[in-house]
Design a protein around this ligand. Structure first.
Ligand SMILES: Nc1ncnc2c1ncn2[C@@H]1O[C@H](COP(=O)(O)OP(=O)(O)OP(=O)(O)O)[C@@H](O)[C@H]1O
Ligand SMILES: [Mg+2]
Length: 452
């Protein structure tokens, strides 16, 4: 496929020049200013059609930080610097990019540079986040998250990810790894809660032959397997104290010792940890080493629970529909408003993982091309636990709460009475006309509740 090209330039007319010169050699050419470039790259990934090449205006001279951020947000996209004059190569070197194209553009050179960059991106594609593995969200938290990922991706800083179960901790860890210079090396996951305590040390550090009765040969541990890559210590709060000391040593000196060995070994790994536990409390209770806590908590990242960002639900539902469509081989392409309202009204104690499972289940049950409310298996919505946003006017918030309640109430009422307005009105103790008006206002389609 011809590459998708993003032109990041002062002038919109550059897009037309590039599009005209490249012709069929680009499947799409989009223009954006430098301020909007990060968001545009992210949107491309979120939409499942990432850009393959960025043509970056050399003026004002981009810093390596800017270039790194674009590469990160574009999931490893190749940058080609568009520069005029004799010092183009020097400019590129200073910005940390290896591809340059001379301005003014000519077809032959532009086509060659773009083709070569796109091929490089494609080769690297294995390590780009697959579109089903992309971190999705709409609120300010996601922008902040991507900013923080961009900040640490290029470094070896130890990252600690906090969040309830199912909030995307592993996905964030993978995104950091995939955006880092270590992306071609392994990303190794060790779940400290899933491995029984006596085995965990062996898993992590390995052993030498004869170290214990079953040790009939040397075994490399997962730490060695992660050499030059990233080690993801999941559920670090569950790690036994004795092992914590050994992990601390790795963090301090990159050294460890296999079980039964008499010499130390060195590794080059970047460590990312995650936990849904309150490490402060564990430290206070004497169940987690304070020195290890300080070592891992260099760059904390906190993932908000899904109930604190209900605005993400609709986006995530559509994302998972796309993700499972192909896997299930089902032509499902939409979600009815009532079904979406049902998802939105639930508070998801299991967070995104639970939402993903519910969407998956609904798709298995669904017989048409639209997920209906009846396809969804969710417990009755619990009372609202979301903290009110006291920065917004009371009237507005109250109206939202009323709207949400009405929507839920009407949906359930119509479901129970199979869309029969007269019976629904009687049951609700409401005037039929008023009920009808309310149903209309909420855009509910009575036909959807009729018995098949
Ligand atoms: N913001 C998001 N956008 C898209 N998918 C997400 C997002 N957050 C989580 N997911 C998906 O939800 C599922 C659970 O995420 P993940 O395994 O990263 O969570 P976790 O915090 O590690 O959970 P646990 O504590 O249960 O191990 C994964 O399939 C992941 O891809
Ligand atoms: Mg996890």
């Amino acid at each position: 496929m011809a590459p998708r090209v993003l032109v990041v330039d002062r002038s919109a007319s550059t897009r037309d020049t590039v599009a005209e010169l490249l012709g069929d050699l680009a499947s799409e050419v989009v223009w954006v200013t430098r301020d909007g470039a990060g968001a545009q790259l992210r949107a491309g990934i979120a939409a499942g059609s990432p850009y393959d090449v960025v043509i970056l205006d050399a003026e004002p001279a981009p810093t390596p930080a800017i270039v790194r951020e674009l590469v990160t947000l574009g999931g490893g996209v190749r940058i080609v610097l568009a520069a005029a004059g004799a010092d183009a190569a020097a400019l590129a070197a200073r910005a940390g990019v290896s591809d340059v194209v001379a301005r003014p553009f000519n077809t032959a050179e532009l086509a060659f540079r773009i083709g070569r960059a796109a091929a490089a991106t494609e080769r690297a594609d294995k390590r780009r986040p697959r579109k089903s593995d992309v971190l999705i969200g709409t609120g300010p938290w996601i922008k902040d998250m991507y900013d923080r990922i961009a900040m640490v991706a290029a470094t070896d800083v130890t990252v600690a990810i906090f969040g309830e179960s199912g909030t995307g901790k592993e996905l964030v860890a993978r995104t950091i790894h995939n955006s880092s210079p270590r992306h071609d090396a392994p990303f190794v996951v060790v779940n400290c809660a899933a491995i029984p305590e006596p085995l965990l040390e062996d898993e992590l550090f390995g052993h030498v032959r004869g170290a214990f009765t079953d040790a009939s040969r040397d075994r490399e541990g997962l730490l060695a397997a992660a050499h030059t890559g990233t080690l993801f210590l999941d559920e670090i709060g569950e790690m036994p104290m004795a092992l914590q000391a050994k992990v601390l040593r790795v963090l301090q000196s990159q050294e460890f010792r296999r079980i039964g060995d008499d010499a130390d070994r060195r590794v080059d790994v970047r460590i990312i940890t995650a936990t849904n536990r309150d490490l402060d409390a564990l430290v206070a209770a004497g169940n987690f080493r304070q020195d290890l806590y300080y070592r891992i908590n260099v760059f904390p990242m906190h993932l908000p629970p899904l109930r604190e960002r209900p605005e993400d639900i609709a986006l995530l539902v559509h994302h998972f529909v796309q993700k499972y469509r192909a896997k299930l081989g089902r032509p499902i392409d939409s979600v009815s408003p009532a079904a979406l309202a049902r998802f939105a009204a639930y508070d998801f104690p299991g967070n995104v993982r639970e939402l993903e499972n519910k969407v998956h289940q609904a798709m298995v049950v669904c017989t048409g091309t639209t997920i209906e409310e009846a396809d969804i298996a969710l417990p009755q919505p619990r009372a609202q636990t979301v903290r009110p946003d006291v920065d917004r006017p009371f009237r507005e918030l109250k109206q939202e709460a009323i709207d949400a309640f009405e929507q839920r109430y009407l949906t359930e009422l119509l479901r129970v009475h199979h869309g029969n307005l007269a019976r629904a009105a009687r049951a609700a103790g409401m005037d039929r006309k008023n009920l009808w008006a309310l149903v209309e206002r909420h855009g509910l389609d009575r036909a959807q509740f009729k018995k098949p």
